[in-house]
Design a protein around this ligand. Structure first.
Ligand SMILES: Cc1cc2nc3c(=O)[nH]c(=O)nc-3n(C[C@H](O)[C@H](O)[C@H](O)COP(=O)(O)OP(=O)(O)OC[C@H]3O[C@@H](n4cnc5c(N)ncnc54)[C@H](O)[C@@H]3O)c2cc1C
Length: 460
């Protein structure tokens, strides 16, 4: 049976998966993405089950002349995996993961979420560096770089990437790795979805766990200036095994948080030690002993449990707004601005991370990949959140004010943490040299800018 937009028909029988259009019973579910503030109505959604469906989607997109969006995990902050009136090529049903424990590699289809990948790799005491919320998509995260709990020891997700399978804007299937299409392989390691649709990734795996020394330590948020000054000095010479994230928020009503803390403003340092548990205990001890923490939940635990720690704070459907920047260091001024603005948080759902960067991330040559944040000291990902539209404008204003207050110290920005911020910010994210190189790659692989619903690098 043929279905499709008014001008174009899709041969449903030629697909392994299926298409969804306005009026279909699942349309309202299938069109939704993670950020509830993004409410779009695509013309047609290709629910792909394999490479042949992706090729069919690309060819349909070409022939229809409609804009084409690509979706894997659907976690783009600004919603760049859907658009009104677009053809959405949705890979979220492509969930295959195959770990080769002997070669220590993993083949991962584009619809796989971080938690799926962690489960498969941890079955063999292995891991692929990824992010910190298990329902994020491996695809979009990796194509932008991929920062997470074990990056300071094992690098970004792209630093363990061996090759990709990709469908080009012409519907051709190609592979890229160090030995084939090396220019493209450079570009997909940070350049996002600009050059084609990745259908499968091959990663190297690293040994990890299954237990790690990890978790959060809480202090009252009014103590943030002292905690952050101590923290800055404590991590100054931290071994690569240690990765930390600072969080300011109202304490969430989670089972491990005592009831008397719920809703109270706290500053949290969350750690993850990717190494020997006793060494981790020794290195993290000074943090636990600083001042008088109101909660210490940093203990040996399964890596899988630690990876899922932030999941309850970022459910799908809430309204989210982010603005991000890298800074070189946590100077006294930056610390004081951070504490002052954090104390103004008015939504119990607003929570934002300050990421400790460096370690192995900074030791990969800057020109080796398109990712551009290797020298960042810290990454602020300032995010506001509400349950629905009510109160959202206020959170967004808070995010913007805080981000602007840090502007004198902005150094760069991680492309996966960008919103809809315009061409100049995308250029800033890559810097002029890499941006130029990415543009010339775009001219080679997608000269018509077919893949443009993304953090776009236009060919000219
Ligand atoms: C709750 C949450 C937690 C996060 N945590 C982290 C973190 O710890 N570390 C980190 O580095 N980032 C993190 N991010 C940011 C994340 O990396 C980006 O949002 C990323 O784009 C998500 O990928 P996705 O596949 O889920 O998203 P999607 O919305 O499906 O895609 C994002 C972008 O990538 C493109 N794309 C998706 N799939 C493909 C593909 N197969 N081929 C080509 N292009 C494709 C899309 O077109 C879109 O432009 C987080 C985001 C959220 C919402």
């Amino acid at each position: 049976m043929s279905v499709g937009t008014e001008s174009m028909q899709v041969d449903r029988t030629a697909l392994r998966g299926y298409v969804v259009e306005p009026g279909d019973p699942s349309y309202d579910t299938d069109r939704k993405i993670w950020n509830g503030s993004v409410y779009r109505h695509p013309a047609i959604i290709f629910r792909c089950l394999g490479v042949s469906d992706v090729i069919a989607g690309v060819k349909f997109g070409r022939a229809s002349g409609l804009p084409v969006a690509v979706r894997s995990g659907g976690h783009s902050f600004p919603g760049l995996s859907t658009a009104d009136g677009a053809v959405v090529i949705d890979l979220s049903l492509m969930k295959g993961v195959r770990v080769d424990p002997e070669r220590r590699t993993a083949r991962v289809q584009a619809g796989v979420l971080l938690g799926d990948l962690d489960r498969e790799t941890q079955a063999f005491g292995l891991a692929v560096p990824s992010g910190i919320v298990t329902h994020t998509g491996v695809a979009g995260l990796t194509l932008g770089g991929g920062i997470g709990w074990i990056m300071r020891k094992h690098g970004l997700s792209i630093d363990q990437l061996v090759s990709v399978d990709l469908v080009t804007a012409d519907g051709e299937f190609i592979q890229a790795g160090a030995d084939r299409n090396a220019d493209l392989f450079w570009g997909v390691r940070g350049g996002g979805g600009n050059f084609g649709i990745v259908t499968e990734f091959e990663f190297r795996c690293v040994p990890l766990g299954p237990q790690v020394m990890a978790g959060p330590v809480f202090w009252p948020m009014v103590q943030s200036p002292e905690v952050l000054r101590f923290y800055r000095d404590w991590i100054a010479d931290a071994p690569d095994e240690l990765m930390t994230i600072v969080i300011h928020r109202m304490a969430p009503p989670l089972p491990f948080v005592p009831a008397e803390l719920h809703g109270k403003p706290v500053v949290v340092v969350a750690s993850c030690w990717a190494g020997d548990l006793e060494d981790g205990e020794r290195v993290i001890r000074p943090l636990k002993k600083f001042g008088a923490p109101v909660l210490d939940a940093c203990v040996p635990k399964p890596y899988l449990a630690h990876q899922a720690m932030f999941d309850p704070s970022f459910p799908a459907g809430r309204w989210y707004y982010f603005k991000s920047c890298d800074v070189a260091e946590l100077s006294d001024e930056i610390i004081d601005i951070t504490a002052e603005h954090s104390l103004q948080i008015s939504s119990p759902l607003t929570t934002y991370p300050i990421w400790q960067m460096g370690g192995a991330v900074g030791r990969v040559g800057d020109d080796e990949t398109a990712f551009n944040g290797r020298s960042a000291g810290f990454t602020y990902n300032i995010g506001g959140c509400t349950e629905s539209s009510a109160g959202f404008d206020e959170q967004r204003e808070w995010v913007r004010d805080f981000w602007s207050a840090l502007q004198p110290w902005h150094e760069g920005v991680y492309v996966n943490f960008l919103g809809n911020e315009g061409a100049e910010r995308i250029q800033q994210s890559y810097g002029p040299k890499k941006y130029e190189r990415l543009q010339s790659l775009k001219r080679k692989y997608d000269p018509d800018n077919f893949f443009r619903i993304n953090q776009n690098i236009p060919p000219n």
